[in-house]
Write a protein that binds this ligand. Structure first.
Ligand code: GLU
Length: 335
């Protein structure tokens, strides 16, 4: 079974870039009679996740996307993450590192002076001595020391990362016990049975780290589809100024959900030169392996054109049914 998920970090509203990833994940799950899960990545406790979840559900409702099952909140899964951190410690695949902030800063400075990439130097990787007194430990995972990690990406093809250029024994749990981002994403995707991860390509560089976690825990690695960013007309990443705003703002501006979804599906995916897609057609045709490799361009003119199309169609349908109804009425009166 295909299982996909949408895993936003709570920002208080759902922006259209997020809705696009959610839509693609939704289509792929529904097309395969699979599951589409919603997970709120709220391990940064200073944020208000309740409001964010409400905003997402509200936006999903407006456009008609439905997720399966309960919403998963990472903040309520801390015991699970701790269990998996412990598993890695017990199997020797992770270890305690007692390096102080000052030592870490000094190491960074030395590396920068030598014009090297700042990275942890593995000093506690095989440590068996007595830990320095009064120091809290962070937990680091043992990453491969050399070679490469290949992300088999359904959009970009095989992307090879040289271990020495991008990895070190990264932290999976902080001194206060809270787990880190790449660790929880991998653990959750594995435990929730996610088979296909469809997300923005700003996450591509996180994927090798997540693969290290999957492998250390013996979890199967999902299929990845990293979707190129949405750009503005100047070729820059879409910002609020260009319209990367709250999905619900589109409602206020008079856009129909059909137009918005149609617009979003075409940002990065195509089927011949077809522009108009109903939900039924999207569900029949969407395949993440057809996602374009290059960034897509946000065009408000295109969105307006689609919106005009759907509004006009709506009026035709309405007029048609009014006509039919009044004809029926005439017939009834004649009888
Ligand atoms: N929480 C991440 C974000 O909102 C997404 C993580 C993922 O899709 O793997 O950017």
């Amino acid at each position: 079974m295909i299982v996909t998920r949408f895993a936003p970090s709570p920002t208080g509203y759902l922006h259209i870039g997020g809705l696009r990833t959610a839509l693609l994940s939704y289509l792929w799950a529904r097309r395969n009679n699979g599951k589409f899960l919603l997970r709120i990545e709220d391990t940064d406790f200073s944020r208000n996740d309740e409001a964010a979840a409400r905003a997402i559900v509200e936006a999903f409702k407006w456009v008609g996307l439905e997720h399966d099952g309960e919403i998963a909140y990472q903040s309520s899964r801390l015991a699970i993450y701790q269990e998996y951190v412990q598993k890695l410690l017990d199997s020797g695949k992770a270890y305690k590192c007692y390096m102080s902030r000052e030592e870490l800063d000094a190491l960074r400075e030395e590396q920068m002076a030598r014009k090297e990439r700042a990275k942890y130097d593995n000093r506690y990787r095989d440590f068996t001595g007595t830990p320095p007194e009064g120091r809290e430990a962070v937990i680091r995972i043992k990453a491969p020391l050399e070679g490469s990690i290949t992300v088999h990406d359904g959009v970009k093809g095989d992307v090879v990362f040289n271990v020495e250029d991008i990895l070190d024994d990264f932290i999976i749990a902080r001194a206060d016990g809270t787990p880190t981002y790449n660790f929880v994403v991998a653990v959750d995707d594995a435990l929730m049975g996610v088979t296909d991860v469809i997300r923005g390509d700003d996450h591509l560089s996180n994927t090798p780290k997540q693969i290290v976690v999957y492998e250390a825990l013996g979890f199967p690695i999902p299929r990845f589809f990293h979707v190129p960013m949405i750009h503005n007309h100047e070729g820059k990443k879409l910002s609020k100024r260009d319209g990367a705003t709250d999905v619900m703002a589109y409602k206020t501006l008079g856009y129909t959900p059909e137009a918005l979804l149609n617009f979003l599906v075409r940002l990065g995916w195509s089927h011949g030169d077809q522009e108009i897609f109903s939900m039924k057609e999207m569900l029949e045709l969407f395949d993440p392996s057809d996602i374009n490799r290059s960034a897509s361009v946000y065009s408000v003119e295109k969105l307006d054109w689609l919106n005009a199309h759907y509004i006009t169609r709506f009026w035709y349908v309405l007029m048609d049914s009014t006509k039919r109804r009044s004809k029926k009425g005439i017939k009834k009166n004649l009888r």
